[in-house]
Each structure stands twice: as structure tokens, then as C-alpha cells.
Write a new protein. Structure first.
Length: 186
């Protein structure tokens, strides 16, 4: 089966399948980079998409941000192998250490839910944090498929993040559906 546009989202609670326009495929990866990588590879082989969209929720590092953001760069925030390589870099790896797209915001991706201040995130200019995008972008890059990511801010990456995320996980759906319709028009 082939599709022009494939959406990869972690959880159905973030974006319901039945809300999508006809002809748009979605797969749910589950939480975390390993789940996102496995799902992305399988979905690319199943759907042969020409473009991948990621939608998901994020915690904000920069307090002034709100709403739906288009991500322009993603880095790994949890790859920490010092002294072999600086934090965010995978040692002995020839793959890119960051992936870029069309947006303007920086996402730090990692397999932990951020609940406290991390000076490294600020020093890298990270705007928001998630748990899947780096894997999705890496797989898309390896398969030469353009990707875009839109992230809805649910929390402030602090001690209240778990409760805030739970209460706002589905709040971005209408904004994302409007974005999809705009993308399909162009």
C-alpha cells in the first residue's frame, strides 16, 4: 500500500484516527525512541510514504512558548557517553547528530519524561522536549523521506508535568487537524 502522507504519533489519545481526512494514514508508535524507530521502519515498508508528519505532545523549556509549534531541528538529549563523546552525540557513529526540517523550534528528544531544570537543554537552545522525534527523523533520513513535526505544548517540563500532560494530552488535536488540512491544500 502506498500513501503520499504518513502520520506517526505516539498515542491515539494525542490524535484520533477517525478525526483524520480520508486518504491520510496514521500509525501509533507508543512512547519512546525504540518504539518510534521500530514503528517508523515498519510503516515505511508498509506504506512507502512520500512524506512523514509527526504530531505529538511536548514539555516546554522556554517559558514564553505555547500552543502548536513546528520543529526545525531535533537532537538527542539523553545520549550521554562522556568522555567518549559530548552529550547529545553518539560515539563511533557516522549518522547525523541532529536532524533538520522546515520549522524554527528545537526539540530535545530522549527516553525520559522531563520534570526538572536541565542546564544542558538551555545551553543547546532547546525549546521543547519529547520522547520520539529523534528516532522518527533518523529513520526518515535513512530512507530519504522528508519529514515535518508539529508539537503541542502540554506542560512546563517541571515537577507538575505528569499531571499537566495527562490533563492536556488531547488538547492539540484540533490545531493539528487544521495544520493537516493546510498541508493537503499545498
Amino acid at each position: 500500500m502506498k500513501t503520499e502522507l504518513l502520520i506517526i504519533t505516539a498515542l491515539e489519545s494525542e490524535l484520533k484516527r477517525e478525526a483524520l481526512p480520508s486518504g491520510v494514514e496514521i500509525v501509533y508508535s507508543g512512547v519512546g525512541k525504540i518504539n518510534a524507530a521500530i514503528t517508523s521502519i515498519k510503516a515505511i515498508h508498509q506504506y512507502s510514504p512520500k512524506r512523514i508528519l509527526n504530531f505529538g505532545t511536548v514539555g516546554k523549556i522556554k517559558s514564553e512558548l505555547q500552543g502548536l509549534l513546528e520543529i526545525g531541528k531535533v537532537i538527542q538529549r539523553d545520549m550521554d557517553t562522556e568522555p567518549l563523546a559530548p552529550r547529545g552525540s553518539t560515539p563511533f557513529c557516522t549518522r547525523p547528530q541532529e536532524y533538520v526540517s522546515t520549522g524554527q523550534f528545537i526539540c530535545g528528544s530522549g527516553d525520559s519524561f522531563v520534570t526538572a531544570y536541565d542546564p544542558w537543554l538551555h545551553s543547546q537552545g532547546v525549546d521543547v522536549v519529547d520522547m520520539e522525534l529523534f528516532a522518527i527523523a533518523a529513520i526518515a533520513h535513512d530512507h530519504h523521506i522528508p519529514w515535518q513535526s508539529f508539537k503541542y505544548i502540554t506542560d512546563e517540563a517541571n515537577e507538575n508535568s505528569g499531571d499537566d500532560w495527562q490533563s492536556k494530552v488531547n488538547h492539540g488535536q484540533d490545531l493539528y487537524l487544521a495544520q493537516i488540512k493546510d498541508i493537503l491544500r499545498n
